[in-house]
Design a protein around this ligand. Sequence first.
Ligand code: G1P
Length: 291
Amino acid sequence: MAQRVRKAVLPVAGLGTRFLPATKVIPKEMIPVIDKPVVQYAIEEARAAGIEEFIFVSAMGKEAIAYQFQPQAQLEHLLSEKGKTAELKLIRDINLPAGKLHTVIQGDPLGLGHAVWCAKEIVGNEPFAVMLPDDMVLSDVPCLKQLIDAHAKVGGHVVAVEDVPRDQTNRYGVLDVTSEEGRLAKAKGLIEKPAPEKAPSTLAIIGRYILDPIVFEELDKQTRGAGNEIQLTDALSRTIGRVPFHGYRFEGKRYDCGTRVGFVEANVAFGLAHPEMGPRLRPLLEKLLKN
Ligand code: G1P
């Protein structure tokens, strides 16, 4: 039985240049999908998966992200005085317990591997989750919970994967698969952003990982890879053989909020799935499409 996963690392240091001018002042992760900032979906998914401690790898000017999950005494006081109990509950429910939320600053944008490495001291020597908030997943069982359950059985590294069209392999970490059993794909290697003709498969990593702390031994070397960045994919690849490595074909649908069109698609999908908004939105969308 693998050690329990208690901590999640959320890299949120990116400047969000693809989303300018929206991100000139507001961190990209704070832009809402329907009624909540993108990053809140990731935190809620993590909590639903039993994660207890949260580490934002952030950058200067993005303090709002951590504030979203801390008590706002003045606002809470005001809402309680006005008897706005529903709103009060909404903002209180997302507060993380004191001491369970950490922010480390990634001074230089040296890549995803570097971002994860920045959390090394807080993670320590235990398995941990990495969540890229840009990837949003609609599923019955929270995606991270699916990974944690799989990890409890197989240990090592377990990453969420899905098949992508071959002409898109150059946007992802791609697995070199040796065998598959149910939703688990055992890999003997992985490559960051391979050209379609060089990709060993079309099984791509999406932004949910359960990692063995052995990855820090490789990240410590700060080796540069694709795009001259310190790649998480490369560090993971170099640990294969020392710990098991599996891709997990998660149940659910992923939306890529890292692109503008993907972001709009996520809004539509999460809007339709929203208990209150969905039934009102559907006829409006149908009408729009007809015209
Ligand atoms: C990162 C990882 C990549 C992974 C992807 C998932 O790439 O480097 O391996 O497949 O996230 O979203 P990025 O999207 O930051 O370029």
